[in-house]
Design a protein around this ligand. Structure first.
Ligand code: PEP
Length: 248
């Protein structure tokens, strides 16, 4: 099933008021009418700034995390409803950096996806294996376990999520999965989604991990790669614009 691709930029913990404005202005000057959906995910503290900068533009607003809680005594957390107040449309959940550094479990990730969906925000659920897991032949087991937790908690609403396959060994390393390696994991994830929901073919499965202006077209040409989640290259407007162009 051919669907409109989604190109998502994960700015991670980068930027400041001036740099964000310069980056968005450069993106908006070059983006025209994109043939794919585009979202940028700045650090949470900048959502109000980005809401203003992106108003009326073809670029949507995302975030990099959402609380597992609805509201209440959870110091430092930001709820999905609060993010929705600022026009947030997408929330990355379960990025490997959070799984690794903030000890986020599969269950946390599933709950975050549920909170986002309940607020009308589309979760971008990240799954992916480490290099060691790949070398031990565990890739399929790991990504299926991570996605299964989300399916288990979200039931038929799973058709409303976006999945991002991000091999941990490819994130920020300059080592990209080959299009064949990525496609074979995407096909596994698609089959798992099909077993869970009749609407599985609606779900966009993004590839992430050192996607750049040079390798995007070949990755995006794979039948089950419906877009990209881009870190480093999303901070350089010319590179991000080329990736958007490759998703036509
Ligand atoms: C990411 O952070 O989700 C990512 C894919 O990073 P990079 O593109 O820098 O590998």
């Amino acid at each position: 099933m051919s669907k409109r691709k989604l190109i998502a930029g994960n700015w991670k913990m980068n930027g400041n008021l001036a740099a964000n404005e310069a980056l968005v202005k450069e993106l908006l000057a070059g983006i025209g009418q994109p043939a794919c959906d585009v979202v940028v995910c700045p650090p949470g503290v900048y959502v109000a700034q980005l809401q203003g900068l992106l108003a009326g533009s073809p670029i949507e607003l995302g975030v990099q995390n959402v609380s597992t809680h609805e509201n209440g005594p959870f110091t430092g957390d930001v709820s999905a409803d609060m993010l929705k107040d600022f026009g947030v449309r997408y929330a990355i959940v379960g990025h490997s950096e959070r799984r690794q550094h903030q000890a986020e479990s599969d269950v946390h990730v599933a709950i975050k996806a549920k909170r986002a969906l309940a607020a009308g925000i589309t979760p971008i659920v990240c799954v992916g294996e480490t290099l060691r897991e790949r070398e031990e032949g565990m890739t399929e087991f790991i990504v299926k376990r991570q996605l299964a937790a989300v399916i288990h908690l979200n039931g038929h609403c799973t058709s409303e999520i976006v999945v991002a396959y991000e091999p941990v060994w490819a994130i920020g390393t300059g080592k990209t999965a080959t299009p064949e390696q990525a496609q074979s994991v995407h096909a596994v994830l698609r089959a798992q989604l099909r077993a869970a929901t009749e609407q599985a073919d609606r779900v966009r499965i993004l590839y992430g991990g050192s996607m750049n202006a040079g390798n995007a077209a070949e990755l995006l040409a794979q039948p089950d790669i419906d877009g990209g989640l881009i870190g480093g290259a999303a901070l350089k407007a010319p590179d991000f614009l080329k990736i958007i162009g490759a998703a036509a």
